[in-house]
Write a protein that binds this ligand. Sequence first.
Ligand SMILES: Nc1ncnc2c1ncn2[C@@H]1O[C@H](COP(=O)(O)OP(=O)(O)OP(=O)(O)O)[C@@H](O)[C@H]1O
Ligand SMILES: [Mg+2]
Length: 671
Amino acid sequence: MTAKTEQSRILVVDDEPSNIWPLIKDLEREFEVLCATGGEQALQIAKAAKKPDLILLDILMPGMDGYEVCARLKANADTRDIPVIFITALGQEMDEARSLNLGAVDFIAKPFSLPVVEARIKAALRLKEEMDQRILLTRKLEELNQQLEAHVREKTAALKQAHTDLLASEKKYRDIYENAPEGIYQVSLEGRFLSANPAMARILGYASPEELLMHLTDVRHQLYTHPPERDVLLSLLEKKVAIVGHELQFYKKDGQVIWISISARVVRDEAGRPLYLEGFLTDISDRKRLEEQLRQAAKMEAVGNLVGGVAHDFNNLMTAVIGYSDLLLMRLPTDDSSRSAIELIKRAGESAAALTQRLLAFSRKQVLQPLVLDLNAVVANTEKMLQRMIGEDIELVAQCDPALHPILADPGQMEQVIMNLAVNARDAMPRGGKLMIETTNTVLDEAYCRQRLGVQPGRYVMLSVSDTGIGMDAETRSHLFEPFFTTKPRDRGTGLGLATVYGIVKQSRGHIWVYSEAGKGSTFKVYLPAAARQAEQAAQPHKAVQAYRGSETIMVAEDNAGVRELAVAILKAHGYTVLAEDSGQSCLHRLLDRHGPVDLLLTDVVMPDLNGKDLARRAVERFPNLKVLFMSGYTDNVIVRHGVLEKGVHFIQKPFAMEALAAKVREVLDG
Ligand SMILES: Nc1ncnc2c1ncn2[C@@H]1O[C@H](COP(=O)(O)OP(=O)(O)OP(=O)(O)O)[C@@H](O)[C@H]1O
Ligand SMILES: [Mg+2]
């Protein structure tokens, strides 16, 4: 639509155009003038592509009058906006109200002056143009409005998405926070908890994070077992960016002490001023316990090796001391004045040998003769002896599980374990008390074994020895099983009791734990693996034979000259014919070359060239009736595996006393 008046098109509708000819002429000077002589034609032109900008409409026309034309123009959306001015011929009736109601913008009645008509047409065109402008503006506005609405919709959708994403991400982090196995916390510089996750509450023994937040208002005193440690941490945090894996001890809600590892950092405001601390906390008590057990086990292993090595050499020396004392005593007349001195030497040698025996027990280098046995029977055996030993001020209570599993152990050694523990208990109760011995079946499960180094899950028999005595502090507990660790006066304790117990228990594939606190008594618990078979009747010790003499031929193989000569001397003194060699090889050659009989081979187990077991095997091939007696101060070797003697093998532990050797030789020859 054009806005310029010069180009505006005027449609003049009149059945007699000649009547208004001057007007048309006048208009044509400024407008493009179209003419229609009837209503139908007028409507056609109005609907054409090039619409008129204004219609001058005569009222009275044959066929369709001006009112109807106007009504139809206004009824059609295409033509509705074209302004209509009614114009009347001279003498025609003009219904002004009807015209306006039909939507005309003006009406002109004759006679009219041309300038007035022109002015009124222009006014109508201006009005139309203004209307058009307004409509245009309105459309523009609507368009803008729509754009704005679309934009708002888009923005709203984006915002909604962002919100959903935020919720999802928040849930992700909340899940981590809620379900993390580590404690996650925020704590004020003054020591009040600001936030804590469920793991944090669990680790510190609270039912919920809320309970923890309410309770822990002063961590320095409520958590730290050594409050100054918090100051150290704070000062470190002041200087460093963060603390990672710092290990220390905390109190739980119930007062129990646990080891924890914390990682923390200081959160600061924009000016760098510290606001609060935040970080992670892990309970490392289990790991610490295992580390401690590992340290203890390694220490015991090292001490055991050292002690075992010394004891082994010592055994050979003592064998000579005791043996030669015996020989001398045999040769000297009964009234000889040196006898008492030699007897003292022998007794000292025996004490030293007994000591060595305990050291060997500790270092698990003692020869065990395990049987499938009923531990209750061992307890019953020791009970009488114990009763006498502990005196009247101490009440002895034994509680034995009648359905106790059998165990595989050396009965003599088990007695030793009970005695040593009971004697300690007695010493811990100088003013009397109660000594309890208990046996029971128990199962150590995976969970338990994870807490205890080197324990295999399975069925065990537990022996516990408890007292109501003075108890022990942590320092004593940490050295308890070490040889020569004692808190008793010099003449009262050697510190070998528990070392022996430890060695025997370990050698029997068992475990021993102690539960004790100063002033609160002690409980020792010994766990021994349950054995599959039924308990055997413990072998009765051999009846002492008075005369261990004989006339058979015995071959001795021993690389240690002292021991060899002693054995030869003892055996000769008891009537035997004795041959001796200082190595396995030479002994074997001598046996193979020999024509006369040899009844018994007494051989050391560990020899440099040919060991005792191989020597014995080859000698027996040659002389099937040859008896063999092994001797050793050392237990882990080819005939004694892990301290356990193979069945049917004869063995004598060094050092041996003269009588013991003579008795053993006789037993083997007669067996
Ligand atoms: N039941 C107990 N109550 C309190 N302390 C104990 C108990 N058992 C052992 N102890 C402590 O452990 C230390 C070592 O005990 P152990 O049996 O090894 O040596 P001992 O009794 O001192 O000497 P020994 O047993 O060689 O005569 C004891 O000195 C004592 O301090
Ligand atoms: Mg003791």
